[in-house]
Design a protein around this ligand. Sequence first.
Ligand code: SUG
Length: 420
Amino acid sequence: MSNLVEINFDGIVGPSHNYAGLSLGNLASAKHGGSVSYPRAAALQGLGKMRHNMGLGLTQGLLCPLPRPNHGLLAALGLGQPADETERRLRAAAWSASSMWSANAATVSPAPDTADGRCHLTAANLVTMPHRAQEWPDTVRQLRLAFADTTHFAVHDAVPACFGDEGAANHMRMGTSHAAPGLEIFVYGRTGGAFPARQHEQASRAVARLHGLDPARCLFVEQSPDAIAAGAFHNDVVAVANERVLFTHEQAFADPEGTYAAIRTALPGAEIVVVPASAVSLADAVASYLFNAQLLTLPTGEMALVIPLEAWEHPAVRAWLDGMLASNGPIRRVLPVDVRQSMANGGGPACLRLRIVADPATIDPRFLLSDARADALEKVITDHWPQQINPGEIGSDALARMVISARAALLEALDLGELA
Ligand code: SUG
């Protein structure tokens, strides 16, 4: 008997976490570029969120940081000592801990949605940003280890780089329950605005084909150009879905009414919670990351929204949330978490996790968290992660040695030497 549940696989924040201002169109990344980062605190915050969600009775997974600095990338670019700011940024790309945002690792179609009854994952090519484009080959390696059971999983390489794909951050799945066949909603952007549209329609369509999805249960929806211009570089900055509920900003989609109607037709009983711009402006949504939340079904059946503290502390957002909780809506609990170090790079609670509906027994147990493994992780992070990184240290041999040995200690603690 298979026991399909939603498992959130959080990316562990890597020891080279830093603020290099690398992501055009991501306002937090631009704002904090050049600031001092605190990798140890960042990783402990991420672990705190994992423990928090595990404490709610949910199954929690983990993904390991990728090898940094990426010497292969530095060599491929012919980079030695940077001669100018452009070269400094390229070098910083090879040090980025950006794989922590595992919502961008892959797009996932659970078994009930696919033609062959397996859960399909396609790694995201992340081609729009150089520091992210290096991730996918190592991501695929890790996914093929975690989901090695090919009777239950198919892990695809990234789609060709001519079509930008940013993974689950631009993909939502709705249905009557996680285990039931779902409606898969792919959200893409159109190029031409002030900021890059990272998700291309043809990438989304390729993923849907690769996964063997039923076209009758797929929607391809254009993201609002206004949302991208306001700093919503991924759809998950302005919308999140879970089972029959879509929680969205009124300006998330280019054609909101058409999108809601298509969802209601495909999923009778869908509940769409729309936050109007008059209550929370797009700017406030992006600044607070209200929608970059984990919308979770708790074991009690209640739905909870795990939001960043920044949203909870934002007056307009808080007023809206208080009103929502006082009403009789489908989201019954709001749970703030502290992931400030990640937030300062534009990564909220939802960015830090990849959702996979699967039977935990079919997954390599080394990628599932328990209290004992969380304790082991905490010790490794506390003992090995740099306390802080000044931007000027990026490139230093001493820091490189520390980052490499910290990751090695982590892999050893998790018995994941294959990823070394
Ligand atoms: O790709 N930030 C990430 C944040 C990703 C958020 N993910 C989701 N929305 N799902 C990005 O823009 C900043 C790195 C830097 O500037 O150092 C960065 O890559």
